[in-house]
Design a protein around this ligand. Structure first.
Ligand code: DGL
Length: 280
């Protein structure tokens, strides 16, 4: 037995720590898929706030409160970095809360906007109502490329359709055509997924969006940015990845069932109740 006064050997934090990834639901899985692809040695703690999805029709105060609660919890789980894998939280909450935490926190909007600005001149952004109202993409793309033209469309029905597993229903295709029509009418050359759920719609969108229009998935760009940051800070993993831990605030079985279609295997999912924090 170990002497109780023997100090525990110091394990460098990068050896044991995970990246925290969170979203309102299954949207952040598009970021997780990119982590598996680009950062196969990193371990991930994934949180889906499924008891409170969707975020995109909520007020800024609520989104800030939920983001804080999740980040507080992630810090208590000793993650080494947090990726806000939700455009709505990235657009509405990140600037307000980032300085409250002593760890690197990456959002999806800025890397996504920069990737779009590099790629196109006539850019369409589809996003939640809250993200569109924030103009976060409009501003960030404009800063990266002042000559780009940008149009945005709010798509409130998409997240409920994805979370309720209605992707294969004809109504989802009909809604998608309706939402994208104003952007296609502008002859866009680039379409940005301004919500991490939306890459799950790609098979549907590709049924009617012309091949000439390229899609920008900000999940790719945020994980590239995360890889650089991990290296820069010297906290990248030097060990094989541990299996991803999945935690949700809603029904774990429902999440597992839905998420399986985008993951290599059916995930084991735990449920938690986040500690409450006062509304700022
Ligand atoms: N995946 C979130 C985003 O990127 C969806 C927000 C929602 O729950 O409405 O905005």
């Amino acid at each position: 037995m170990q002497d109780r006064f023997t100090p525990t050997p110091q394990i460098p934090s990068d050896e044991i720590s995970r990246i925290g990834v969170f979203d309102s639901g299954v949207g952040g899985l598009t970021v997780l898929q990119e982590i598996y692809r680009q950062l196969p040695h990193e371990s991930v703690l994934y949180f889906g706030d499924t008891a409170r999805v969707p975020y995109g029709t909520r007020s800024a105060a609520e989104i800030i409160k939920f983001t804080r609660q999740t980040l507080d919890w992630m810090v208590s789980q000793r993650v080494k970095m947090a990726i806000v894998a939700c455009n709505t939280s990235s657009a509405l909450a990140l600037d307000t809360v980032r300085d409250e935490y002593d760890l690197p926190i990456l959002g999806v909007v800025l890397p996504g906007a920069r990737a779009a600005a590099r790629q196109g001149q006539r850019i369409g952004v589809i996003a939640t109502p809250a993200t569109v109202a924030s103009n976060a993409y409009l501003t960030a793309i404009g800063e990266a490329n002042p000559h780009a033209e940008v149009w945005q469309v709010a798509c409130p029905e998409f997240v409920p359709a994805i979370e309720n597993n209605r992707l294969a229903e004809p109504s989802t295709l009909a809604i998608a055509k309706e939402y994208l029509q104003p952007l296609l009418a502008r002859s866009i050359d680039t379409l940005v997924y301004g919500c991490t759920h939306y890459p799950h719609l790609e098979p549907i969108l590709r049924k009617f969006v012309p091949e000439s229009i390229s899609f920008v998935n900000p999940a790719i760009a945020v994980v590239t940015a995360a890889a650089k940051e991990l290296n820069l800070l010297g906290i990248h993993s030097r060990r094989p990845a541990q299996p991803t831990t999945f935690v949700v605030s809603g029904d774990p079985a429902q999440f597992a069932q839905l998420a399986t279609q985008w993951l290599p295997a059916r995930p084991v999912v735990e449920q938690i109740v986040l500690p409450t924090v006062p509304v700022a």
